[in-house]
Design a protein around this ligand. Sequence first.
Ligand code: FAD
Length: 501
Amino acid sequence: MLKTEVLVVGAGIAGLTSAAILSKLGCSVTLIESHTQSGGCAGTFKRKDYVFDVGATQVAGLEKGGIHSKIFNFLDIKIPEATILDPACIVDLKDGSNPIPIWYKKNEWIAEREVQFPGSSRFWQLCSLIHQSNWAFANNNPVLPISNFWDLSQLLRALAPSNLVTGILIKSTVFDLLCICGLSKDERLIKFLNLQLKLYSQEDVYNTAALYGSTVLQICQQPHGLWHMKKSMQSLSEALEDSLHKTGANMIFGQEVNSIIFDDQNKCWKVFAKSKKCYLEYHANNLVYTPPPQSLLKHLKYLLNKKPSYKNRLKTLPDPSGALVFYSALKTKHIKKISSNHYQFVSNELGPLFVSISKEGDGRAPKGEITLIASLFTKTKDWFNLEKRQYIDKKKEYLKKISFELESQFNIDSEHWLHKELATPLGFEKWTNRPNGIVGGLGQNPDIFGLFGLSSRTPFQGLWLCGDSIYPGEGTAGVSQSALMVSRQILASKGIDNFNL
Ligand SMILES: Cc1cc2nc3c(=O)[nH]c(=O)nc-3n(C[C@H](O)[C@H](O)[C@H](O)COP(=O)(O)OP(=O)(O)OC[C@H]3O[C@@H](n4cnc5c(N)ncnc54)[C@H](O)[C@@H]3O)c2cc1C
């Protein structure tokens, strides 16, 4: 049995970040991870001479003042090498019109928008105003959603007068903003926004909360921007692991949490985990839980029966998506000239595909070669409960269909693939331990965004949720915000309520 002040479950970016912050501030921290490596959905794997990013391929929040930078500076660790993506992405609507490069430089993006979507400037200006107000609010580290007086005090402290104005849009969608600007019938703009929003909020124009959508639509430009990590996405996790080593936190890999109970007598959490070789028991005052909250239905079974309304909330969370991810490699000369690391295009048969291509010399492929990763959303239930043969055939069929789409989009000869493989929700379930291989967080619609989301504070004292279903906005930047928020809440519960970055 191992005793610790804080036990963090999961070494994805959320778990690593919260463990690193709390350990840096002097808490005794143990982190357990079921996989043999860190990173979770932002991890990497190797095949032959290639390094593939499992899920996340681009990072927000590395700029000065961005969430990753602030946390890395606080932890006193080097920010991993990365380059700004300019353009962040080239979006091809496949409607015969010119593809849309999303430029990093603000003036270039404004000029591009005016050419691509004439008459839309009022919509972008409105998004920009809302975003500025959101950003000032987010920088004041509000606690959302509120579930006690301390959370409320943090929310009130973070609010600025502009938030009271934008607050009236709390139940609005991006489509409502388009209507306000007289653009509800601009099909091309709606198609473009649908592609981008689905990527960042798991919802379309009609369902993405206006307050959230306004911010994600500005994230590719100055002063923010999206970044391409040198070497691989794993460098983010490695840097956080370095901090944990420095501060003496205990990191244990290959241990899967099976069940969690609360010991009323000793007033602590008891966590039971198993590895290939043994079973282990951990005792902790605070438990930071970073797997998807849906996993609590399995791990916290007995305690949840005492809180039926919370159990019901977890049970009825909207179904998150699954992903199909195609990992491949080719010679640079065998693909048409690449002018961006990221592309998004629509396939009639498969829907939107998001493509990430490595940079020459970035450490992912040998000289003269590149890696190409393409991902698309899928319904997880379509991949489970299939006979083995059916599953294999379905996987082969999708591998073929995705290869074909990429071959025609990037002028690739089918003979020229040096490597290709496909991950389905089953693969994601195995890699990340996420039930049914669900990925990303909860769709950011007005019913689940901000005040209406799932709180990191659970009805069980000392049990905290953290990760991509918690803070508005998934992705490594969003989960880092959630890690900061949970760390502040834990510290406040210990009487330290002035911690901020
Ligand atoms: C295909 C895809 C593309 C993406 N693209 C981007 C992108 O370009 N940019 C971006 O910012 N984000 C992207 N994301 C989202 C981003 O990767 C995630 O939101 C983020 O990494 C989630 O971090 P997390 O720590 O909350 O969860 P996870 O990464 O899922 O980490 C949770 C960890 O907990 C461990 N765990 C689970 N259950 C247990 C258990 N019972 N016991 C012990 N350990 C357990 C898991 O093994 C895992 O390591 C993408 C995601 C996917 C899937």
